[in-house]
Design a protein around this ligand. Structure first.
Ligand code: FAD
Length: 435
């Protein structure tokens, strides 16, 4: 059910901050007896999970384990945690089957078998997809599942300002929340708390992310001394539609390059192997832009398929380009790299546990080592879904937090100042890691 902030209880068994794939999949895997609250900063559909275009990875068959593992490690510059990568790949098939059981429709071949596409740095096609809006397809089904559960309450337009901890800062006991509409600040206690607050794109001028995603999970972790890893590991997507002005950048999915779209410079010449990892392609684009003194390069979608193929596999992209004045069937479209994904985050283990007892972190907010220094395309939806489910299993097995909460209402009298400090802390951490 959906509830307003004023209708919430003072205590839940589990509080989840964030309603993207990670938060929702955690919620739907908790037992019926568990009273669950999911809060989110914007509307229920304002999450990056709804924006994911290309698809979600899966180990295609038994023989694919090694190659999928190597592709993930190579893209991550071998800084990935091998145990986490192994865990993700081994659980990938059952995860896709489970999503299908929730009603998610993936593209099929004529014979009914799942269709697979390919993206950069994958040595073979192993990505399942729904047109070019896979994230929306998956997340809307998870949202419907969460809404159907009587033990789960969803509360949109409610911002987590802080963790609620004991005075010693050694246990998480819930969250401090703000109702966006009224500005009312209140606390909710929880037996266990999970951060699923997504990425950091809102801190960047050019990003494909929703502007409300400003690394809040990371900020509260830093505030309470919860371990954060690799805050400087930021992925830039090589190809977002170049448009003037500010705001969220529209993604030109990597699977277009996987299907054969060419990147070209002002002379119409190709200058990079389009299927190299994202960081390498991004660098090549920046170099080319610098050489030409231009604000963008171009991508030619016509080499990825004929009109019918483009319209059936990439309808949203074709339409959006048209709205911006580009006919993809007649001309290449201008593209520029933009901040896209956050590989660093709140350190978490194979069950989403952070360094603070009773505090979990899942999805893009966490850093469990799966992506290393650079995420392999379409691994993030999979990772979010799998480790959120494992966190739910761990919470179910575990104890509830005990202790007296310490709440200093004065501290939140000026949430803007708090947010400014947090932003500075996060940026400082990014630079510290960098240097
Ligand atoms: C344009 C685009 C295309 C992508 N394509 C793909 C793809 O094809 N395949 C793939 O695997 N991945 C893709 N990704 C990445 C993937 O979508 C994300 O990594 C993933 O969806 C993250 O899920 P999440 O649940 O962690 O976070 P999100 O889905 O971003 O959800 C974050 C939630 O946290 C809430 N929140 C944040 N701060 C607060 C706060 N202070 N208080 C309360 N709530 C808060 C937000 O309101 C939101 O509900 C894409 C990303 C983008 C932006």
């Amino acid at each position: 059910m959906v509830a307003a902030a004023s209708e919430l209880n003072a205590e839940y068994d589990v509080v989840i901050v964030g309603a993207g794939v990670a938060g929702l999949n955690l919620a739907v895997h908790l037992p019926e007896a568990c009273r669950v609250l999911v809060v989110c900063k914007g509307g229920l559909k304002e999450s990056d999970s709804f924006l994911a275009q290309g698809g979600i990875c899966v180990q295609r068959d038994k023989g694919d384990f090694r190659s999928y593992f190597e592709d993930t490690m190579r893209a991550g510059h071998f800084e990935n945690d091998p145990a986490t990568v192994k865990c993700m790949i081994e659980h990938s098939r059952e995860t896709i089957d489970e999503l299908i059981s929730f009603g998610v429709r993936f593209a099929r071949e004529e014979n009914g078998a799942l269709a697979y596409t390919r993206e950069g740095a994958h040595s073979r096609p192993r990505i399942v997809f729904h047109e070019d809006c896979t994230g929306k397809e998956i997340t809307s089904h998870l949202l419907a599942a969460a809404l159907s559960l009587s033990n789960v309450t969803l509360c949109p337009h409610t911002t987590m300002l802080d963790l609620l901890c004991n005075r010693e800062n050694t246990t998480c006991l819930g969250v401090v929340l703000k109702e966006n509409r009224t500005g009312k600040i209140f606390t909710v206690r929880a037996g266990n708390t999970a951060l699923a607050t997504g990425g950091v794109g809102g801190l960047f001028r050019h990003s494909t992310n929703f502007r409300i995603l400003t690394g809040d999970g990371l900020a509260v972790a830093l505030r309470h001394g919860v371990k954060v890893d690799h805050a400087d590991y930021i992925q830039f997507h090589p190809t977002t539609l170049y448009t003037k002005g500010r705001g969220r950048r529209f993604l030109i999915s990597e699977s277009l390059r996987g299907e054969g779209a060419h990147l070209i410079n002002a002379k119409g010449q190709r200058f990079v192997d389009e299927l190299l990892p994202r960081d390498v392609v991004t660098e090549a684009i920046y170099r080319e832009m610098e050489k030409e003194g231009s604000d963008f390069v171009r991508i030619d979608l016509r080499t990825a398929g004929d009109e019918n193929t483009l319209l059936s596999h990439f309808p949203t992209i074709v339409q959006r380009c048209k709205e911006e004045g580009f006919d993809v069937f007649k001309e290449p479209v201008p593209v520029v790299p933009a901040q896209h994904y956050f590989m660093g985050g709140v350190r978490s283990d194979l069950f989403g546990r952070t360094t603070m007892p009773h505090l979990y972190a899942v999805g893009e907010t966490c850093c469990n080592g799966v992506h290393g220094r650079n995420r392999l395309a379409s691994n993030s939806l999979l990772e979010s879904v799998i480790f959120a489910k494992r966190a739910a299993e761990d919470i179910t097995r575990g104890e509830r937090a005990q202790g007296e909460a310490y709440f200093d209402a004065e501290l939140y009298a000026n949430p803007r100042r708090l947010a400014k400090n947090d932003k500075q802390n996060v940026l400082k951490e990014m630079k510290r890691d960098d240097g």
